[in-house]
Design a protein around this ligand. Structure first.
Ligand SMILES: [Zn+2]
Length: 188
């Protein structure tokens, strides 16, 4: 799934319990961070026509960050940085795994590549997750899921008074909540 979908789903998971703003950010980031292993795309594109092209994206995307070892690392980091440690770490784990599930069901590449997920890394490479029903990254189910996640996020923003924008743009966050509440006045 696209980073935006992962981000929205992560933020929704972060709002399934009463977390503070920082803890919500941790859980949301846990839902996006596996794709950090796709950062090699920059090096790969830049060296595409060189004598020694780097294949960091082809080699490492869906490998380095999409596994149990990295999930435990992310959960431990969330545990360290949160006030409600166990709750935050558990939700971060959930958010991380929803990312993996999202990729499993809906991230088939344009060339038909399934990007199997080596879940047990770095402990073992025995498991290579893939699903034969997997749809493409730009297929309609992903569009519907993104739309649904966006609606839920807007509903939460309306109700709680903060939106996914809270993480990087407080002013836009407040403006969005205000607009939503003006458009749909909360009943007294
Ligand atoms: Zn991913």
């Amino acid at each position: 799934m696209s980073p935006i979908t992962h981000f929205l789903v992560g933020w929704i998971v972060a709002n399934t319990d009463r977390l503070n703003r920082r803890e919500r950010a941790l859980v949301t980031v846990a839902g996006v961070i596996p794709d950090l292993d796709g950062a090699g795309v920059v090096a790969e594109l830049l060296t595409r026509n060189s004598a020694k092209p780097l294949t960091w994206w082809s080699d490492y995307h869906h490998v380095l960050g999409h596994n149990l070892g990295f999930a435990l690392f992310v959960a431990a980091a969330s545990w360290l940085l949160a006030a409600q440690r166990w709750k935050t770490a558990t939700l971060a784990l959930l958010s991380f795994h929803l990312h993996l599930v999202g990729d499993l069901v809906g991230a088939r590449g344009p060339d038909g590549d399934q990007w199997p997920i080596p879940y047990l890394l770095p402990f073992s490479s025995a498991w290579q997750w893939s699903w034969s029903g997997q749809w493409a990254l730009n297929a309609w189910p992903n569009f519907m899921i993104t739309l649904a996640a966006l609606s839920i996020a807007m509903g939460l923003a309306w109700k709680r008074g903060y939106s996914p924008l809270e993480m990087f743009w407080s002013r836009a966050d407040r403006a969005l909540v205000q607009t939503l509440r003006q458009r749909f006045p909360p009943s007294q």
